[in-house]
Design a protein around this ligand. Sequence first.
Ligand SMILES: Nc1nc2c(c(=O)[nH]1)N[C@H]1C(S)=C(S)[C@@H](COP(=O)(O)OP(=O)(O)OC[C@H]3O[C@@H](n4cnc5c(=O)[nH]c(N)nc54)[C@H](O)[C@@H]3O)O[C@H]1N2
Ligand SMILES: Nc1nc2c(c(=O)[nH]1)N[C@H]1C(S)=C(S)[C@@H](COP(=O)(O)OP(=O)(O)OC[C@H]3O[C@@H](n4cnc5c(=O)[nH]c(N)nc54)[C@H](O)[C@@H]3O)O[C@H]1N2
Ligand SMILES: [Mo]
Length: 808
Amino acid sequence: MTNHWTDIANANLILVMGGNAAEAHPCGFKWVTEAKAHNKARLIVVDPRFTRTASVADYYAPIRTGSDIAFMGGLINYLLSNDKIQHEYVRNYTDVSFIVKAGFGFEDGLFSGYDAAKRSYTDKSGWGYELDEDGFAKVDPTLQDPRCVYQLMKLHYSRYTAELASMTCGMPQERMLKIWEEIATCSQPGKTMTILYALGWTQHSIGAQIIRSAAMVQLLLGNVGMPGGGVNALRGHSNIQGLTDLGLLSNSLPGYLTLPGDAEQDYDAYIAKRALKPLRPGQLSYWQNYGKFHVSLMKAWYGANASFENHWGYDWLPKLDIPGYDVLKMFDLMGQGKVNGYMCQGFNPIAALPDKNRVSAALSKLKWLVVMDPLATETSEFWRNVGPFNDVRSADIHTEVIRLPTTCFAEEDGSLVNSSRWLQWHWKGADGPGETRTDVRIMSELFLRLRKRYQAEGGAFAEPLLNLSWPYKVADEPSPEELARELNGNAVSDLTDASGATVKAGQQLSAFAQLKDDGSTASGCWIFCGSWTEQGNQMARRDNSDPFGMKQNLGWAWAWPANRRILYNRASADPQGKPWDPNKRLVWWNGKTWGGTDTPDYKADVPPEAGMNPFIMNPEGVARFFAVDKMAEGPFPEHYEPFETPIGINPLHPNNKQATSNPAGRIFDSVWETLGQAKDFPYAATSYRLTEHFHFWSKHCKLNAIVQPEQFVEIGEVLAQEKGIVAGDRVRVSCKRGHIEAVAVVTKRIRPLQVNNQTVHQVGIPLHWGFTGSTRHGYLTNTLVPFLGDGNTQTPESKSFLVNVEKI
Ligand SMILES: Nc1nc2c(c(=O)[nH]1)N[C@H]1C(S)=C(S)[C@@H](COP(=O)(O)OP(=O)(O)OC[C@H]3O[C@@H](n4cnc5c(=O)[nH]c(N)nc54)[C@H](O)[C@@H]3O)O[C@H]1N2
Ligand SMILES: Nc1nc2c(c(=O)[nH]1)N[C@H]1C(S)=C(S)[C@@H](COP(=O)(O)OP(=O)(O)OC[C@H]3O[C@@H](n4cnc5c(=O)[nH]c(N)nc54)[C@H](O)[C@@H]3O)O[C@H]1N2
Ligand SMILES: [Mo]
């Protein structure tokens, strides 16, 4: 989230689109209720289904799954052509005036630089700003230059008329216009809309670009950095925010630092490429501190073994030979027989990943599989024949499966990072039963045994293991406190920080501004620096006082970065440093310094007249409508159809087959033949959650099993009638990859939509059932989802695929 949970109460308008917060985030959803009750906020919900969130909305509109960019693109066009933008904000705080290189173009659904054979944009050289001779970006403050971002954006979205958007989304035009009109009222300074989204936006082959389009809308309205504004990802697993923060993705390092690629063997070049120089004179470009964060990380990992002479152990970091080893890639390699063993920790891939039969075949090619989990999951039982629900030939599967029972979060102390970026400490409720061990214990023992063997026998590339620093009191079980203190970081030798304060060797650091690139500081995750200081565990704080009445609650837990609650909050004040609206005060210039109700996201002593731009994480200091070269499929979001499209063409590019679905989406060659077509599988299906279950494990819990005992699918009344299905019938839902069977729920909550002059029916499939646990056994929903994903995040397209439905 750019903003945070309690801040939702500051919104005037709440758009829930691409999520179902009342169902999947019921505790956080109370802040929506607060905003409605105390702030007269209005709630708009856009979802293929009339959801539990929609049931308390002021306005609801249906949408065809996978078509949200058409809606957002139409909205951008509407705001620009009706002049409903926050002018001063857009002019001063965004890239509208920046001149784009002449090499950038867009034609027939494709941006410049596309390589059809490689299915990717191999030449992104045009996707950037024109620079002057000093290396600064060229701008045209009058916005008249046809190559400035403003003019290019206007041109790009002029194609997204209300008619075209409506016929692409299947949303009646008058409903669409009503929503756009209401959203447009938030272009007044001080009136804010918050956008809450989750998987309804991410789980598409074009998901990351849907979210960018939402960011563009919020920038046009001047809503980023504002109380009650922002683009807010409601995150999933209790600690999934912590997972990305700590760099558990295959191409990242803790604190959003990045792993080098194969071509980056030179340490200085690796740092220089990431320590971005300012693109405007006098601008603060915060990533110029990259080296300090990186060296401090290496000192945390390798201690005294990381030195100036050995480039802080740079050679011990893996260098990626491909952009990343995401789960789709790993399971593709596994399916090709190129993976011997798999450690599966707190993850149930056969249930969670797309195309269950493909995942099962991949697991069958392993020599060994270790499952670390409190439960016997579908993945640890994948080799067992469970009738039609898991119809495998056990005798043919030679994978050796080893289960290591772990505790779960409630059986240990530690911290969880929530969607608000708050690190909240929690205390264990009970000891784990039986032979369970904590994950930390299992991983530590494994490490210690491996290291012992390397010490005794040697081996290829042993240095990363041999040189690791392991300073914990109990070597085979570091404590949560020790680990948390290490993530925060400490002084390695006595030092004087930028403010002139001295920190003694061994003392905890208090802020990442103290980090250095000379080896005198260690920090396991620079953005967590400040969470466990000499003053103690800041994550355990539970002071909910709210002195300014702005719901920022700076004494509750600890938020990264720097206990800042709202990112980019400098933009909540006008260029002179005065809040856009006295009722929406976050930070302001008091004549000497920036301060207020939140920790300023800016350099505290730089006066407004210095003209430093507020988005200090970008080298140009402004927010981007034009994503330069950061996205796989182009600098502006464009609508592409799901890979399995119910209408067969892209209404925006009916004549270019290459631009039907995301031309840079993640798909492997062998997957094309597994995709179905609308003539065989005519219905647009989507999958989702229910409050009563948590993925695939709450079904092991008897109370949850009782409240939602059996797999069902939701179909609309019109489709049910066409198919002769009544509520309670058993139906077979099939796609080219397989089928499931379930009970039919016939509902008014899913209506047929008129899309591109044809009727599209949607089918809703909850994801929770399987062949373990206490519920009635069922088929895994992911039997139906295709094995492909987003071009940037590789997130599977679990929200849009084609099926047929028949009565059994
Ligand atoms: N009770 C419970 N809570 C949970 C979870 C759980 O399993 N159970 N899981 C947690 C996790 S890990 C996550 S990631 C979150 C997920 O949170 P959500 O994303 O809110 O959950 P979903 O139910 O997967 O999907 C949300 C909605 O997206 C809609 N949708 C589908 N396709 C589209 C589309 O193309 N456009 C739009 N606008 N909407 C679409 C669906 O109809 C659905 O109502 O929930 C978390 N909370
Ligand atoms: N079709 C479709 N597929 C989807 C989705 C969808 O919307 N539609 N949503 C996707 C999303 S967003 C998600 S997050 C995934 C969820 O997919 P998974 O994360 O694989 O699902 P869970 O059932 O939550 O599995 C977590 C496992 O962790 C175990 N566990 C709990 N605590 C601990 C612990 O402390 N240590 C260890 N080692 N294990 C522990 C649990 O017992 C459980 O088996 O599903 C994805 N798949
Ligand atoms: Mo998730």
